[in-house]
Design a protein around this ligand. Structure first.
Ligand code: SF4
Length: 388
């Protein structure tokens, strides 16, 4: 039996989507059609029946941060990159239902064939981090780099957690996509080709990788703020920097603080603190282990029975890990609840609605990336796939 202690609820348990960013970039506001009531006792049976009716024509992908009620229907679970790869490896599936967020469904659409249809059960499932970098802002940033005379020696690099438009921007300028699993290799690749890197959109993953893994100093990094003229930087600062970090962050991982780490070490003697690299540099520096979602899952699988772990990532995943590893003491790093609000928009009623629409011969909420954007984004994704 798991000893997992639920963190305390907070008024902001479900963080706001895209707050302070480009409101127009938030993907949709509502779900068209008749949603089943969340109280419908037949939801599980309806989802099963629809899944069975669609058979091999359907492939359901479930991101690790999804709710249990949804993840039970996933044919495969994984992080954003693994899920996009899995979608591409299933050309026989006509419908890819992506239980995740918008940028992930876009990547799946880019990597799958033209005949496959990628469906997001709720169009409002965006990502606040991806929304922090709009294409027009990134074009302005490139202009600032050009005026500072450094664009030619800068390699743009974007985290998987970005829109297709940003991936296309990077692809057009000979840059690369990375994930939290391969950020170090991608950054080494970029520094072999240029003197500087423009890292989008997560400043924390960029800083943590540059400083922890490549041995750069914090002074080598500057933060480009898209809401200030010239990013709030002088030309000289742009010339001196090695890492130009976009001022974006994950609202979920940004909740963990140095105090969370100190507090859990006091509460749980001998605890191993394991955090995601989207956490701030302070938190990452104070942790014992740092790694991607897949790394966190493997670390728990390999941990000794009886060992104690405080995990700094999304709560749905941490709770599932605690339940799966009842022989280990698994604690959520923060004392208060911390879900990804946009991931949580995909619930069982939305999944049932999407599946039943497919059974009825209608394709709901299809995510499509235009051919030109997809072509350029593919260049950046392919470079990532070819990394040594
Ligand atoms: S956990 Fe963070 S990066 Fe991931 S989808 Fe939610 S807001 Fe975006």
């Amino acid at each position: 039996m798991s000893t997992f202690t639920e963190p305390a609820p907070t008024a902001t348990a479900l963080l706001l989507l895209g707050k302070g960013s480009d409101a127009a970039s938030e993907k949709g506001v509502d779900c068209p059609g008749e949603l089943p009531a969340p109280s419908d006792p037949d939801l599980v049976a309806r989802a099963r029946a629809a899944k069975e009716a669609l058979g091999d024509r359907l492939f359901i992908l479930g991101h690790h941060y999804q709710r249990d009620e949804v993840i039970q229907f996933a044919d495969v679970t994984g992080d954003s990159f693994k899920l996009a790869q899995q979608a591409a490896a299933r050309p026989e599936a006509e419908f890819i239902v992506f239980c995740g967020v918008h940028f992930m469904a876009e990547s799946a659409d880019i990597l799958t064939t033209d005949d496959q249809k990628v469906i997001l059960p709720d169009m409002a499932a965006g990502c606040s981090m991806a929304d922090m970098a709009a294409a027009v802002q990134v074009e302005d940033c490139w202009e600032a780099l050009t005026e500072a005379g450094v664009a030619d020696v800068t390699v743009p690099m974007t985290y998987m957690n970005s829109t297709a438009a940003i991936k296309a921007f990077v692809g057009k300028r000979d840059g690369v996509v990375c994930t939290s699993s391969n950020a170090e290799r991608a950054l080494n690749w970029a520094f072999e080709r240029g003197e500087k890197v423009l890292f989008l959109p997560d400043q924390h993953l960029g800083r943590n990788t540059a400083v922890r893994d490549l041995g750069l100093s914090l002074e080598d990094c500057v933060v480009y703020n898209p809401h200030k003229p010239n990013g709030g930087l002088t030309k000289q600062q742009l010339r001196d920097a090695k890492m130009i970090l976009w001022r974006g962050h994950c609202s979920v991982h940004g909740r963990f603080t140095l105090d969370s780490v100190r507090d859990v070490r006091e509460r749980v003697p001998g605890v191993n603190v394991l955090v995601h690299p989207e956490c701030s540099h302070d938190v990452v520096s104070a942790a014992d282990y740092v790694g991607s979602t897949e790394y966190i899952i493997k670390a728990l699988d390999a941990a000794e029975p009886g060992s104690a772990w405080a995990i700094g990532t999304e709560l749905n995943l941490v709770r599932r890990l605690a339940n799966r590893h009842a022989d280990k003491q698994v604690t959520f790093l923060d004392k208060t609840v911390c879900y990804c609000s946009t991931m949580n928009r995909i619930d069982l009623p939305h999944l049932v609605w999407a599946l039943e629409e497919l059974v009825a011969g209608r394709v709901p909420n299809q995510i499509t990336v235009d051919a030109e954007t997809a072509r350029h984004a593919s260049f950046a994704l392919d470079r990532m796939l070819a990394l040594p």
